[in-house]
Design a protein around this ligand. Structure first.
Ligand SMILES: Nc1nc2c(ncn2[C@@H]2O[C@H](COP(=O)(O)OP(=O)(O)OP(=O)(O)O)[C@@H](O)[C@H]2O)c(=O)[nH]1
Ligand SMILES: [Mg+2]
Length: 241
């Protein structure tokens, strides 16, 4: 398999069968790794059933809700170790990230770039969001991007594709954030390593079904983590001592 797509799930039973089908129908040589945190709605069991009938689907189970950041990081670590894929993609399970964009992300990663699905480049955007949520999301990316001086417009998204060589050097086991702040932390580390990015426009749609897990505590962790990265992280930008 050329690409492994890592998908963290917590109560996504209504989405995961359709999403895995849509991904497997793409014209890509891919495998899917579902990282489920013992979802009360039985997503983990459902994923096992899907995997039993489809060798391209793999499942990792964790004992409880441990955060989407660590789910991605541990999923990637497992996939690096246990597959010989050359590209590693990540996406949410709730159809906010449309599978049809994945080939564009894969194409950019094939060229050695870190491919980032972006709402904030021409052609990108959000659908069904009120003004408050738009401002919050755009503001969060500006906040992170300004403090960390990152050349990326969308820093809070999770629709990306990484070349193996980059992911292997990210030291995933030492990420400071466990929640969704880990998403921008990974981008920051890649930037510190001198990686180049390509932002691929995406239209982000609100989840089709199921409940949001973004809590104020997770948002606060994200805001504070930026400052930790800026002043005490292991990774430093090349042009800053
Ligand atoms: N394994 C695991 N997956 C999680 C956890 N928290 C969220 N997820 C998954 O991570 C993805 C993103 O979470 P969402 O709840 O959609 O977060 P969001 O996109 O910010 O919020 P909404 O789309 O508005 O609900 C989804 O696939 C979730 O099922 C977690 O603690 N563990
Ligand atoms: Mg979502």
């Amino acid at each position: 398999m050329e690409t492994i797509v890592v998908i963290p799930t917590y109560n996504e039973a209504d989405n995961i069968p359709e999403l895995t089908r849509a991904l497997l129908d793409l014209d890509l040589d891919l495998g899917i790794l579902i990282v489920d945190d013992n979802s009360p709605d039985g997503t983990g069991r459902l994923a096992d059933e899907l995997a039993a009938n489809e060798p391209r689907i793999m499942v990792r189970h964790r004992p409880g809700k441990l955060g989407l950041g660590t789910a991605y990081a541990q999923g990637f670590a497992w996939a690096l170790e246990n597959t010989n894929a050359s590209l590693f993609a990540q996406m949410d399970a709730d159809f906010s990230h449309h599978p049809s964009v994945l080939p564009d992300l894969v194409a950019a990663a094939r060229r050695g770039l870190v491919a980032i699905g972006s709402r904030y480049v021409p052609g990108g955007g959000v659908k069904n969001w009120g003004l408050g949520r738009r401002i919050l999301s755009r503001g969060a990316s500006l906040y992170v991007g300004t403090i960390l001086a990152l050349p990326v417009n969308d820093l809070t998204g999770a629709f990306k594709c990484w070349p193996r060589a980059v992911l292997e050097r990210l030291e995933l086991e030492t990420l400071q954030a466990g929640g969704f702040a880990a998403l921008s932390e990974m981008t920051y580390r890649a930037h510190c390593m001198g990686c180049k990015f390509q932002e691929v426009p995406i239209i982000f749609e609100d989840r089709r079904v199921g409940q949001s897990k973004l809590t104020p505590a997770i948002a606060l962790e994200a805001m504070l983590n930026v400052w930790r990265l800026r002043f005490q992280g292991r990774f430093k930008p090349r042009n800053r001592p």
